[in-house]
Design a protein around this ligand. Structure first.
Ligand code: 6MZ
Length: 377
């Protein structure tokens, strides 16, 4: 289906260079799914040398391209063995933010599951502190991640994108964090994550995500923590309908999350409820195809939602695991659904309405897109 068929004026499909330089908003990116292959291989080599893992076995798993959804979750268990110590969490956070900034993502909502790892003296809080340290460690761009006072805001204003500072061109990226609840967790563990998110609000934590292997766990296990988070004003996004589970999809939609991710296995009744609720959908094209939750792009629900003007935003999900980037996702949408460059720009810009950060950030992003729009004409 051609998603641009109702568009009044088709324009040429953007090339990759244009898509990289276009400002973009990323709302569905898992930290440990976005790690560079080169970093994973380096970490695996170290653990191989220490005799903790067999490097050659792991190398093969990291470099494999096509994985079922089941295999993806096995890979995450391996990635977590490689990355779950404070120093490495800081390193991958820094690298992931830099990678998104390099391709002109101007607002990144990065999600991660706070982890407890007694053998490394790690608590959920110290895991998140290591993430924060990674945000502070970024040097190649300016990172706006914590709630700003009016003073710091004024001094950072005017810097937004490609500004000249002492002769060097500086970019700026806004980063906000979502804490993920893994579907393997208990109600108590989920509640601990929500309480941590509330304590870290001033440090840029804006919401909660429910993710993890969709065939594991029950909605009712997470509901008390999610309800509490919602009552406390945290924004919530749910992985919804990544596998067929009609009852759960209906309960999730009735919960009225601020956004949902995937929506791959919806039935007619689910589409009806989703469309009338206007809940924005985070679309992860490459992830859905690679994991075979959608068999091919010509039957992907993006086209129908886009044509129906339902709120959608293109996202990477796990840019490392699926060897993608946000620019590649826009390119894929352009070629698969015939969407021209101006419509792609508008699609990215519409994302501002669905972010979990405050109105001030929305205003700053609008300015960034306005000035980029002038260059596009
Ligand atoms: C559901 C996913 C996912 O949190 O350790 N995750 N959950 N569906 C997906 N689609 C492919 N991709 C990633 O990042 C990795 C974790 O994110 C969730 C899984 O729980 C995975 O362990 P963090 O930084």
């Amino acid at each position: 289906m051609n998603a641009a068929e109702h568009s009044p004026r088709r324009n040429t499909v953007a090339d990759m260079e244009e898509l990289v330089s276009m400002p973009k908003v990323e709302l569905h990116a898992h930290l440990n799914g976005s790690v560079r292959d080169s970093t994973l291989l380096e970490l695996a080599r170290v653990l191989g040398d220490e005799g903790i893992i067999v490097f050659s076995d792991v190398e093969h798993v990291i470099m494999k391209d096509d994985r079922s959804l089941h295999e993806v979750f096995k890979l995450f268990d391996l990635i977590h063995i490689l990355t779950t110590d404070h120093k490495t969490v800081t390193r991958i956070t820094k690298e992931v933010v830099e990678d998104f900034a390099y391709e002109n993502v101007v607002y990144l909502e990065l999600r991660t599951t706070p982890k407890k790892n007694d053998s490394k003296g790690m608590s959920k809080r110290s895991y998140m502190e290591a993430v924060m340290e990674g945000l502070r460690a970024v040097t190649v761009v300016d990172v706006d991640f914590a709630l700003q006072t009016s003073d710091t805001r004024t001094s950072m204003k005017g810097l937004p994108i490609n500004d000249t500072c002492h002769g060097a061109r500086r970019k700026k990226i806004y980063v906000r964090l979502l804490l993920s609840i893994d579907r393997r967790e208990t109600t108590e563990a989920a509640m601990e994550t929500v309480k941590l998110a509330l304590e870290m609000r001033d440090l840029g934590v804006v919401g909660i995500d429910l993710s993890g292997n969709p065939i594991v766990g029950e909605w009712n296990t997470f509901l008390p923590a999610l309800k509490f988070a919602q009552e406390q004003g945290l924004c919530i996004t749910l992985h919804c309908g990544e596998v067929p589970n009609h009852q759960e999809i209906q309960m999730m939609l009735d919960f009225l999350p601020k956004r949902i991710g995937h929506a791959c296995c919806f039935r007619e009744e689910d589409w009806k409820k989703l469309k009338s609720s206007k809940i924005p959908v985070e679309i992860c094209l490459t992830s859905n195809i690679r994991t075979n939750t959608i068999s091919s792009l010509d039957i992907h629900h993006f086209a129908d939602l886009y044509n129906a003007k339902h709120p959608v935003i293109l996202c990477t999900d796990d840019s490392g695991v699926f060897s993608t980037s946000l620019s590649k996702e826009y390119s894929l949408a352009s070629s698969a659904f015939g969407i021209g460059r101006k419509e792609l720009f508008q699609l990215a810009r519409n994302g501002i309405d669905y972010i979990f950060a405050d109105d001030e950030v929305k205003g700053d992003l609008t300015e960034i897109f306005n000035s980029a729009a002038k260059e596009l004409d």
